[in-house]
Design a protein around this ligand. Sequence first.
Ligand code: PMP
Length: 342
Amino acid sequence: MDIDNVMRLVRENIRTLAPYSTARDEYKGDIGVFLDANENPYNNGYNRYPDPRQSTLKELLSQIKGIAPQSMFIGNGSDEAIDLCFRIFCEPRIDNVVTIAPTYGMYRVAAAINDVEVREVQLGDDFSLPTAALLSACDQNTKLMFVCSPNNPTGNSFSIEQIRWILEYFDGVLVIDEAYIDFASEPSLTTLLSEYDNLIVLQTLSKAYGLAALRLGIAFAHPQIMQLFANVKYPYNINLAGMERAAELLKRDVAAEVESIKSERERVAQALEAVPCVKRVYPSDANFLLVKVDDAKEMYNKLIAAEVIVRDRSGVQGCEGCLRITIGTPDENEHLLQIMRN
Ligand code: PMP
């Protein structure tokens, strides 16, 4: 789908929105006396409003990700980007979105907040992507499809061929959530952005980059879609302290941490296979393992009693009997294994 057709999917009120223009949007020079934004003039490092476009951080991320700043949005976590997708494309009580199940819970919550119907299509055997069923679930009011890859909580990724197939036939915007992409064996689907204007790829600094507390999520898409995100977001959605810390911390090389998490994932998976109460360890492309045990509630409580918290997913359809276990440091993982072995 080309960008003109994507623009036809945008809500009328958003397409015609006159966005808030900040004082700093109007000033292009380098130096000046800032008497425009009713700030306190006495410098303490944070008395001025931050850059609403996050130009410096975008430039840095652009170098890391190899994607132009105009094709990028930075949000207060990727959760902000998820919410913006609804606010931009979905008319409450009229439009709907399609997604897989089980998957990340925020799509459903953001849909409910925005009063938009969600059509969930259960994953197939071994959590395979039900491409044909996903398309069958769509109608003329389906504006978005959310596919999380690697998927939370199942841990598996979907193939580029399957994603391409959806992009060929889906008449809406496909949102691929790549929160866990840095732990995956296959590369990011951002490579498809140059071919498909109806693709939005979400990533985050919360996982591999280790910056969850700074709340920095990223969306990549066609510049016109990113302009809509910029128009609809709160003007100063990212604060200066967060941007400065991120710029500092992004200088670290996280490759060693990511490699350690990936090798621990394989070690823990193998060790868990040998634990008597473990029925199945699902393959994972993420920084967690989905583990089926004899009695999930009992194991969860046992771990809690030892002050180890995992995520009980046993109540989720398709994840019966399963705990989702994040890969920690080698010591933390060993501690977990010891408790589970007993
Ligand atoms: N997408 C997925 C699949 C996630 O699992 C999470 C966090 N658990 C998010 C997005 C949200 O991440 P962020 O911290 O960037 O809001």
